[in-house]
Design a protein around this ligand. Sequence first.
Ligand SMILES: [Zn+2]
Length: 74
Amino acid sequence: MQNHCAVPNCPSGKSDPQPLFRFPSDAERSKKWVEKCQRQDLIDKSPGHLSRYYRVCGKHFGPSLIDTLHYKCK
Ligand SMILES: [Zn+2]
């Protein structure tokens, strides 16, 4: 499991900490997240794999893509 954002060159860092969100296990929503990440290597990964191993920080998402706090990582 990664403890940092999956988005390349993510601007969030120690000086601007962001909450990390687990990828949704829902296939449709997971696909949207991958598109947001712009990571070609994640496209063929299963939602289950993404959900288990990847995180994206709150900087890249509006509230509509995050089910409130359900996917928030502690
Ligand atoms: Zn990020």
